[in-house]
Design a protein around this ligand. Structure first.
Ligand SMILES: [Zn+2]
Length: 300
């Protein structure tokens, strides 16, 4: 299917990409991110439907109307959106979506450099886990025995076990201290991680927390289901902490080195990462073959 230009432009505009009406890898990455972060639809597997769904969502359609297919209703809504946002030939747009995203108040990689406070030493590898904690999860099989098998449960089955957390410290997402889509058993870990971030003065670094998302790893159907499908993985500030595969000399770039900050000028501070590790999360930034610094998954 060749998509009409105004649909593509609307989707690009909503996702913060340059609204040039051409679908390139940058646009697709931005759209996937939009999809990841948006709870109202999920269609990352089909590129065309993804474009249409993002445009529909941006144009204010809801529920079953976000189906990734172009009909008269979609066309009218997207045209109105494009007109409102003065899209035709418009330069790269300001980001209009996700009210919470403008909430980041930290300076680029400004780290308070405090690693010890109130008996907590962030560099001590011992974990702080809530309620005595859970033991280590060494394999995927053990993980499933704790959290259930997302493939068997299916999307709706996993969703039944998800919790909504309220009263969390920080100003992420909508700024109301609420996170949806976290596995009930994972909920105390996330709360602890954010409380540690608050205690160590880095909670305002986090403006976006992505949680449950029933999908395969790296959106590749040949890969196993992502830990996001279990509600035990988090993506923090995905735009500034994008994943990449290091090749050649880039393999030498270690987290929090000068090379790292050159790549991630607004990346998460080491203190913030350690707060999450303390609460039982493994960090994707530590993975040398696929650096994924937005990603945290529960390993306890
Ligand atoms: Zn992730």
């Amino acid at each position: 299917m060749t998509l009409p230009k105004h649909i593509i432009q609307a989707a690009q505009h909503a996702a913060g990409a340059a609204a040039d009406g051409t679908l390139g890898p940058k646009t697709m990455a931005a759209l996937r991110e939009y999809d990841d972060e948006c709870d109202d639809f999920d269609c990352a597997e089909d590129a065309d439907r993804l474009v249409v769904a993002v445009a529909q969502h941006a144009a204010g359609l809801t529920g079953a109307d976000i189906d990734g297919r172009i009909g008269p209703k979609t066309d009218a809504a997207v045209r109105a959106y494009a007109e409102r946002e003065k899209l035709d030939g418009a330069p790269a747009a300001e980001r209009t979506r996700r009210r919470g995203s403008g909430m980041a108040v930290w300076e680029p990689h400004e780290s308070p450099g405090v690693y010890e406070k109130d008996d907590v030493d962030l560099r001590d590898p011992a974990l702080l886990v809530p309620d005595g904690g859970l033991s280590e999860i060494p394999t995927r099989r053990t993980m499933m025995s704790v959290y259930g098998d997302a493939a068997k449960l299916g999307k709706a089955g996993v969703q039944k076990g998800l919790a909504k957390l309220e009263g969390l410290p920080g100003r992420f997402n909508r700024g109301d201290g609420v996170v949806h889509g976290v596995h009930q058993l994972a909920a105390p870990h996330l709360r602890l991680a954010l409380e540690l971030c608050e205690r160590f003065g880095v909670v305002d670094e986090i403006y976006r927390i992505g949680t449950f998302n029933y999908r395969h790893m790296r959106h590749d159907p040949k890969m196993p289901l992502s830990f996001h499908s279990y509600g035990i993985a988090l993506d923090l500030n995905p735009r500034e902490n994008f994943g990449w595969v290091p090749k050649g000399e880039d393999k030498l770039i270690e987290p929090f080195s000068d090379g790292w900050w050159a790549k991630y000028p607004r990346g998460l501070s080491e203190v913030a990462v350690l707060c999450f590790k303390k609460a039982g999360y493994a960090w994707g930034g530590d993975w040398p073959s696929f650096r994924d610094p937005m990603h945290f998954e529960l390993v306890r």
